[in-house]
Design a protein around this ligand. Structure first.
Ligand SMILES: NC(=O)c1ccc[n+]([C@@H]2O[C@H](COP(=O)([O-])OP(=O)(O)OC[C@H]3O[C@@H](n4cnc5c(N)ncnc54)[C@H](O)[C@@H]3O)[C@@H](O)[C@H]2O)c1
Length: 273
């Protein structure tokens, strides 16, 4: 029996994920993609829209009829807007845009509601199993994310932060462009710092996590340096990812993590729990 998957979002991650899943035809069946404005568009979409790669573009209702799981690789706004409808329909949801779950109400609507289950993608990092296991022994987590400025610039930035990041490009020196809480990090960089949200979710407490974001014009890799300190031990992770060639805000590893997670749900490969 194969797992029926619908992709929510078909950008850098969605396209790579689609390609990876197509390599497992007996285990995973990609039914289609829910794109922007598809949620209320079932009638129109029932006609004939397809992506350039031949995937059907589905309305959300069509997707919910056939999918075992919807793999979100769109945006935090998509999780907030569509996540509750997916979960209450009884369909499972794999979330990449973890920043949406920093909001307590959204988190509860998606993670506590059911009958569908919410799965959280490990995305661009690892070690989340360890952090979850360490649980309330953890006293502090620091995350230092260093990215090329082009991986941080986005249209929703306030003027001061935009100017600061742009200056980094012009002057050629790296610079700390943000320091603070997970909540403030995901407010300022909603699609760029999901890793911060992942750490808070794994630890069960966002307040334990301090975030520092560095814009580095010489960075060829996106680097996440994570230090976990607690009564049970000290854990340090240093993850350096190749940015996705189609979106410098995203790492190539993220689509791989989502594919790996879906394959695990389809019964392929070892289950570390
Ligand atoms: N967990 C992680 O470590 C991690 C890492 C990288 C990215 N992400 C998340 O994954 C998301 C997608 O990344 P990407 O690089 O593929 O981005 P992208 O911009 O290349 O593609 C996103 C696609 O989703 C579509 N989309 C956006 N909002 C939508 C909505 N409401 N409904 C349907 N479709 C919508 C866009 O039109 C676009 O085609 C990011 O926004 C980010 O939040 C998570």
């Amino acid at each position: 029996m194969s797992l029926n998957v619908v992709l929510l979002g078909y950008g850098a991650i969605g396209k790579s994920l689609h390609q990876m899943l197509e390599a497992h035809p007996g285990r995973i069946n990609v039914l289609g993609v829910v794109g922007r404005n598809s949620a209320s568009d079932d009638h129109v979409l029932a006609q004939t829209r397809q992506t350039s790669t031949g995937l059907s573009v589905l309305g959300l209702n069509q997707a919910l009829e056939g999918a075992d799981i919807i793999a979100e690789c769109a945006s935090p706004a998509a999780v907030t807007e569509l996540g509750p409808r997916i979960i209450t329909s009884g369909t499972d949801l794999l979330v990449a845009s973890l920043g949406a779950l920093v909001d307590e109400q959204v988190r509860s609507n998606i993670m506590d509601a059911g009958p569908g289950r919410a799965y959280l993608s490990t995305g661009a990092i690892g070690g989340l199993d360890l952090i979850r296991a360490a649980g309330d022994t953890i006293k502090a987590i620091t995350l230092r994310t260093s990215k090329h400025p082009y991986g941080l610039l986005h249209p929703g930035l306030d003027e001061a932060t935009r100017d600061s990041i742009t200056e980094v490009v012009e002057l050629g020196d790296s610079r700390i462009v943000f320091e603070g809480t997970v909540a403030d990090a995901v407010t300022l960089f909603p699609s760029n710092i999901n890793v911060a949200a992942a750490l808070g979710l794994a630890a069960g407490n966002f307040d334990l996590v301090r975030v520092r974001i560095v814009a580095d014009p010489s960075a060829e890799l996106t680097r996440h340096t994570i230090a976990v300190r607690g009564s049970g031990g000290s854990y340090d992770f240093d993850i350096q990812n190749i940015p996705d060639p189609h979106n410098p805000a995203t790492s190539v590893l993220t689509a791989r993590s989502m594919a790996s997670g879906l394959l695990r749900l389809a019964g392929v490969g070892p289950h570390f729990i």
